[in-house]
Design a binder for this molecule. Structure first.
Ligand SMILES: [Zn+2]
Length: 326
């Protein structure tokens, strides 16, 4: 019991209040920065933005469980740069907000990666977020329907982005590559070198690098909210300097800037078969793991801890007496 209590306190301890169930899962932590339609330069046009949502739905809907529909809403007028995932009866919903298309750091691949992150909340497997409901004398803790943030990033690069690019190619749909100049030479070269080491086929190398760079763009946008940087060349996120911190308990919230980028890189480098789905009951299925002796492509330890007790219990459900919390 002590371990479980410590786990929960650590998971939510950063803000020192109890987190109640959230039905909407955001791609980024809330930010007040807005990118209005009339005043902002567009990285991606409205037509491309809408088309991306259509392509994403068409190519990814088959991954949803039977009798579940995927709805992808492209909310062009929404001024914030964010995206959300939520469920309604029989429908997994993803909303991509127009502020993303008007953020200067965004590329089409990065929009797809954000969509993949949101899809990850629906079908990204374990770890799941935790729900904590207040009762009279205890808190009731259960697993949420939603895959947690770090895992949604990992799923995005490991499965979704890879499937998307392969299916698009098979269907003759051209998904525009980002310009090389969008990234610094060092980040472009390091991703190229790492991906070439992992994969033999040219297209696999391309997907790996594009996934890692899309993850970098997404992480840099997140960085811009935090630090106010207006030029990606001033980004401190660097694939040659991964986040070396080790979390004692799984972090279910949005990981740090470098940690997020590292997760996208790991997912892109993992050689696990992209057709093997991820599972709620077994976090190892379809992934790269330390337990299997993998050296590359595992979930980074800056947000993930394989020993965290909740992973051993797929039907996690606990009552925590209130007096033990504070
Ligand atoms: Zn999210």
């Amino acid at each position: 019991m002590k371990t479980i209590i410590l786990t929960l306190v650590a998971s939510f301890g950063l803000t020192s209040f109890v987190q109640f169930e959230h039905t909407h899962q955001n791609c980024f932590p809330e930010s007040d920065i807005k990118y209005p339609v009339t005043k902002s330069k567009k990285s991606i046009s409205e037509a491309s933005f809408i088309k991306q949502a259509v392509v994403f739905k068409d190519l990814m809907e088959e991954d949803l469980p039977a009798q579940t529909e995927l709805r992808v809403n492209a909310e062009w007028d929404e001024e914030k740069a964010n995206a959300v995932a939520f469920r309604t009866r029989g429908t997994a919903v993803i909303e991509i907000w127009g502020g993303l298309a008007r953020h200067p750091f965004m590329t089409q691949d990065a929009i797809y990666m954000v969509s993949c992150h949101e899809l990850g909340h629906h079908i990204g497997g374990s770890p799941k977020k935790l729900n904590i409901k207040e009762r009279f004398f205890h808190f009731e803790v259960t697993k949420s329907w939603a895959t947690n943030e770090g895992q949604a990033d990992y799923f995005g690069a490991l499965k979704c982005f890879r499937r998307l690019l392969k299916r698009a190619k098979a269907d003759g749909i051209k998904l525009k590559e980002p310009k090389k100049e969008r990234f610094t030479k060092s980040q472009y070269e390091i991703t190229s070198s790492l991906c070439k080491k992992q994969f033999d086929e040219d297209f696999d190398v391309e997907i790996c690098q594009r996934g890692a760079l899309a993850g970098l763009a997404v992480s840099q946008m997140f960085e811009s909210f935090r630090t106010g940087i207006e030029d990606y060349k001033k980004s401190k996120i660097d694939f040659s300097k991964p986040d070396s911190s080790k979390t004692k308990y799984i972090n279910h919230r949005h990981p740090g800037l470098q940690c997020r980028a590292d997760t996208y890189l790991s997912g892109s480098l993992c050689e696990a078969d992209e057709d093997t789905d991820l599972a709620t009951a077994d976090y190892k299925k379809g992934t790269c793991t330390r337990a299997a002796g993998d050296k590359v492509g595992m979930r980074p330890l800056c947000w993930f801890n394989p020993k965290d007790a909740q992973l051993k219990d797929p039907d996690f459900s606990r009552r925590i007496p209130k007096r033990n919390w504070f």
